[in-house]
Design a protein around this ligand. Structure first.
Ligand SMILES: Nc1ncnc2c1ncn2[C@@H]1O[C@H](COP(=O)(O)OP(=O)(O)OP(=O)(O)O)[C@@H](O)[C@H]1O
Ligand SMILES: [Mg+2]
Length: 261
């Protein structure tokens, strides 16, 4: 295709719709013949179900691929020891991503004990290496769903991603987190920082609250509350197949990202 890879991190306060947006955007991009890798960076790991993978299907996250960790990093899981700090992990998606609906591939990172304390264990080293080296992955679009909050905006995400979609709802607290995230994303050097105001009911849109965010983001997208999402939980696949109202908004957002990448 000769275009640059699209590498998007999706972040925001808890429960604002990060995983839903990641999955919907993955579907819409994939339907445009773009090879999509959806990466679940949330230890809660619910992107699989959101992409229509049955809960009964066992998935071993990257953080538990002991042989791979040993092969690439060395060291002792959970402890440390002698480790290779920048191994070539370009094969990680080929080896461990699993097929989801709509031609999307899914890579589940899993949790790392003590990750918040900056532990230098092999699992953590592997995950940050994968995130920092998305440029070497074969897919054309990499979407990273993150856990709630701010912590994951480290060096690895800054290196591996060039667009941040900060998700909020209209609540004061979620907007405050979104403001902090916009600052962090910029400090990290992420080129494109967009705000998505999600789950806005018809007539409830608060233009003042949204307007006060304008200077912090290149663009603000408003997504409607769509009962179709709630009806089909946890999967968004029927939402896309039935062309529910929100899909048009996501197509608009994806068009913007493709045009401004
Ligand atoms: N536009 C929308 N319209 C209606 N419901 C929505 C919309 N977006 C998300 N939801 C619903 O809101 C809930 C939270 O969404 P989701 O799990 O995507 O949030 P999250 O930010 O990923 O949460 P967490 O921080 O726990 O990972 C879900 O029940 C989801 O179905
Ligand atoms: Mg989530």
């Amino acid at each position: 295709m000769g275009r640059r890879k699209i590498r998007i991190v999706i972040a925001g306060k808890g429960g604002v719709g990060k995983t839903t947006l990641t999955a919907l955007l993955a579907c819409v991009l994939s339907r445009q013949n773009i090879r999509v890798l959806a990466v679940d960076g949330d230890p809660q790991a619910n992107l699989a179900a959101t992409l229509g993978i049955p809960l009964s299907q066992p998935i071993t996250p990257i953080s538990e691929q002991k042989a791979y960790i040993q092969e690439k990093i060395g060291g002792v899981p959970g402890r440390g020891g002698f480790m290779v700090l920048n191994p070539d992990v370009a094969d990680v998606a080929d080896r461990f991503s699993i097929p989801a609906a709509e031609g999307i591939r899914l890579l589940v990172m899993g949790g790392v004990q003590n990750a918040g304390t900056g532990c230098l264990c092999p699992e953590y080293t592997l995950i940050s290496t994968v995130l920092a080296n998305t440029a070497s992955l074969p897919e054309d679009a990499i979407l990273l769903d993150t856990p709630a909050g701010l912590e994951h905006f480290g060096r690895a995400v800054a290196q591996g991603f060039d667009c941040a979609l900060i998700v909020t709802d209209e609540s004061y607290n979620a907007r405050a987190v979104a403001r902090d995230l916009s600052r962090l994303a910029r400090q990290c050097g992420i080129r494109q920082v967009l705000l998505v105001v999600n789950r806005v009911s018809q007539g409830s849109e608060n233009p003042v609250a949204i307007g006060e965010m304008a200077g912090l983001f290149q663009k603000i997208w408003v997504l409607p509350h769509d009962p179709c999402i709630v009806r089909n939980e946890p999967s968004v696949i029927p939402v896309v197949r039935d062309h529910c109202p929100i899909v048009r908004n996501i197509e608009g957002l994806s068009g913007y990202i493709l045009a401004h990448d």
